[in-house]
Every structure is written in C-alpha cells, then in structure tokens.
Design a protein around this ligand. Sequence first.
Ligand code: FE2
Length: 200
Amino acid sequence: MTAADEYVLDTPVVRAFVADVRERIAASASPAGACDAIRPRFAELLADREWLPARYQEGDPGSGMGGGIGQWLLFRARDRSLSLFALVVPPGSQTPIHDHLAWGLVGLYRGTQDEEIYARGTDGALERVEARPLAPGDFYALLPPRDDIHRVRTTSAESSVSIHLLTNDTGCVWRHAFDEGTGASTPIRSGYVNVACPPE
Ligand SMILES: [Fe+2]
C-alpha cells in the first residue's frame, strides 16, 4: 500500500471530483444510495470534453486484457478503496466476459459500445440477461452481485473510452474472466498501462 492517495492525473477537475465523490459516499447509507448521490457529478464529468488528456484515450498493444485494450489509472485512494480509470477499447475489440468485485459507476466518454450483461444460472452456466447499446454520456451502476458480470464491445469506428469509478483498485485486484459456453472462470489481473500493481 502506498503512503498517499495517487493522483496520476493530478488536475483540479480530478481532485474536485474525487473530493465530491468521497463526501457523497460518506453521507450515503448504502452502495445504491451512494451511486444515486454521485450520478449528477459523474454525468458532469462525462460531459466535460476537456479534462481527459489524449494519452489516456489511447489503446495498449501489450494489453493485459488482450485486444489492444488500455486501462489507464487516473486516481486511486491510499487504501485502494476507490479508483478512477479510463478503459480504451479499440474498434472491433471486446473485453472478455469479466467481473469487477466492487460497486461503482461506469460511463461512456467517447465512441459507442454494446454491453452484454450476464448472470449465473443455478447450474453454474452464464446466461446473457441483457444487451444494450451505449453512447457518450450513458452510464450505469455496478452493484455486485447484481450486474457485476459483463462484456463490452466497441461499435464505433474510433476507440471507445469509458470512465470507471469503482470502490476497489480494479486493475490490481484478482478478479475473473468467464467462458461464455461453460461459465468456467479464470483469474485475471488486468493491470494498468501506466501504473504498476504491487508485487504479489
Ligand atoms: Fe467492466
């Protein structure tokens, strides 16, 4: 664990956003309540075309998730209980089916995506329960165990960029990728393009 909060993108916009989010989480009685309280502030961030530098909107050829997908850390809390990152999915690429193991908000900043949401059936198989197109400004809450397993695919000619505000250090925790056919899970640690994860 590092000694301080990490503002990888250290700007007044990011600092003000994180401060507001922390206040709203502290004043909320539940994750669902916190997500609702953060929604207006998150919508503002998605609508602001100026705050996210171009370098954080580029893919990563050496991606830990495959497909040239870039996961750029922007902020994480000292105790790893909150992170803000940009996920860049090149045109024609898709993530594995994966989970997050933390609640939070995810929204589209650039490009378009199709999102497919999966649930575990009683037999352990994965069932696709919802599919929806996403355009810039659209966002959704992840509230595990509900809606925690999904896959996103870029449908635009340009890379899609989504902004994630999640209550763990998503790139560095061990989570899961899933096989669509069998439902079998594989441990994954997606990592970040720009910041190392602590040693195991
Ligand atoms: Fe995701």
